[in-house]
Design a protein. Structure first.
Lengths: 197, 324
């Protein structure tokens, strides 16, 4: 059981305390350290949610700007990484509300090589999956991406979205039901899901 | 559906994009500085922070940043060079200064100031003397009485009702201890012409500031960011190249204007063919052509990418388009 995701306070790791204190003291090196330490995870989380690197630069930037702007309000009640993840999710959520969805534009690669064909098929499946997610509400889309694609426990997803566990479960279930329904008519998507189950 | 994660390998962002993001985040404007709020937990950190503040303060000011500074600085045996509010300051040894908005308060000691031409006044307050400038180089000392020495440009020094105009090479000394309520103000004369070097530095600072503004506006106000990038792209320096690429990027991905993105990308190619963003500008172009449904042009641009940038981080994507 992920106690942090369930909202239970754990002792904060010493390196988290140290880097936060130094950032708050205005130490530029500490800000750089925090940025470089967290950037891969922030990018990965946003990538799982969006499914593409298009426009991701601005969201990564926005996430870190909010992290440094809000660092004074970080209470150490969750791990720093979890706190940053929440900001990440908020930024993604806001971005869905203000622009039309970006769809992956992947066309199967041409070639006789079975491996190339298999990869092309998988990429096309991923594209179709995100195209369906783009039609859903931001909350369902993010909940499904964090749980089913990024592999996070439902309790953590609920914590990141600021909802009850049952609400997160419901959103994931609805998203999955819709994807499964569409997969019944779409062999490429069905294959992606089948191999992943 | 439990192993979808493995089906979606994360495409790396590439060094150039990470560099831009890091710069935008770490060089954010002063108002983005973290705000320390009352802490319900972590009392030990608060105490540690307070204890470290005295030592850390000097380091803070020595760092090359352009932030509003609001805490005093004391030097011991050495000079300290800092940048404050767009001015370059050299704090003399054994000096104490504090900072307010557009103002340096000289409690004791001395300070050399190099202030580029500017709109907002910049002041040095030394006891009852206030020095206001709009672009010049001068020194203010406060060791008992206040002394002002002008090295470039002209300044006027006002103390109470008295006002004296100083030209480059002239100096002024406070006539005896100041009366309780007297104020001496030193203001740069309007015709204090800046040198070519000062103008160039001021221009560079203004462009860097405009670039920071554009990067700050990008997430929420892409149209306003684009306007700033267009202005910056008119130059011929490193910033112009970066601005042109950033313009192409947001025209395509934020403003949904692929034709404008193609134009910006082509301009980049013409003016900065070996620029650090050349590969990314070409990537934006073939993506823009796809958006315009110009498949042939997209394929040609993608092929060009494959040939010119075989180690580029968009190679895989370019290959897909080139092979269509």
């Amino acid at each position: 059981v992920d106690t942090v995701a369930l909202g239970m306070a754990l002792p904060l790791p010493e390196d988290d305390r140290d880097v936060v204190a130094r950032c708050l003291a205005g130490e530029r090196a500490a800000e750089r350290e925090l940025f470089r330490r967290e950037k891969v995870r922030v990018h990965a989380t946003l990538y799982r949610i969006l499914g593409t690197n298009k426009e991701i630069d601005d969201l990564v930037q926005e996430t870190f700007l909010e992290v440094f702007r809000s660092l004074g309000s970080f209470r150490g009640e969750a791990k720093l990484a979890t706190w940053i993840d929440r900001i990440c999710v908020r930024v993604a959520y806001r971005s869905f509300g203000r622009k039309r969805p970006v769809l992956l534009d992947v066309t199967p690669e041409i070639g006789d090589d079975p491996e190339t064909e298999r990869r092309a098929q998988a990429r096309e499946g991923v594209r179709r999956l995100y195209a369906i997610l783009a039609t859903m509400s931001p909350a369902s889309r993010i909940a499904f991406a964090l749980h089913a694609i990024d592999g996070r426990p439902i309790a953590e997803v609920a914590s990141l979205l600021g909802t009850a566990v049952v609400t997160a479960k419901l959103r994931i279930w609805r998203a999955r039901r819709e994807i499964t329904r569409r997969a019944a008519e779409d062999p490429v998507l069905a294959e992606l899901l089948e191999e992943s189950t | 559906v439990t192993r979808l994660r493995d089906k979606l390998p994360i495409e790396p962002l590439g060094d150039a994009r990470w560099e831009r993001i890091e710069r935008a985040v770490l060089d954010r404007p002063a108002e983005e500085a973290p705000v320390v709020t009352a802490r319900r937990r972590w009392p030990s950190i608060a105490i540690g922070f307070a204890a470290a503040a005295a030592v850390g303060l000097a380091i803070w000011f020595l760092l090359p940043r352009d932030r509003a500074v609001r805490a005093p600085l004391a030097t011991s045996g050495e000079r300290a060079q800092i940048e404050f509010d767009g001015a370059e300051l050299t704090i003399h040894p054994e000096s104490v200064v504090s900072f307010r908005e557009h103002e340096v308060v000289l409690e004791s000691g001395g300070v050399d100031c190099r202030v580029a031409p500017r709109q907002a006044p910049f002041r040095v307050v030394a006891g009852e003397v206030t020095v206001s400038v709009v672009g010049t180089r001068f020194t203010v000392e406060r060791r008992g009485q206040v002394r002002v020495r002008v090295e470039e440009g002209k300044v006027s020094v006002a103390r109470g009702e008295e006002e004296t105009l100083l030209a480059a090479g002239q100096s002024w000394e406070e006539p005896g201890p100041p009366p309780d309520a007297a104020v001496v103000v030193v203001v740069a004369a309007p015709d204090a012409g800046p040198s070519a070097d000062e103008l160039a530095k001021a221009e560079a600072r203004a462009r860097a500031k405009l670039m920071r503004e554009a990067e700050d506006l990008r997430p929420q106000k892409p149209e306003e960011a684009a306007e700033r990038y267009r202005k910056l792209a008119r130059g011929s320096d490193r910033i112009a190249a970066r601005a042109l690429y950033d313009l192409a990027y947001i025209e395509l991905f934020r403003l949904r204007r692929p034709a404008e993105a193609v134009a910006a990308s082509r301009q980049y190619e013409r003016r900065f063919p070996r620029g650090p963003e050349a590969a990314d500008a070409l990537w934006v172009r073939f993506e823009a052509y796809l958006d315009l449904n110009q498949r042939e042009a997209a394929r040609a641009a993608a092929t060009e990418y494959v040939e010119r940038f075989p180690k580029g981080d968009k190679l895989e994507r370019a290959l897909v388009i080139a092979n269509r």
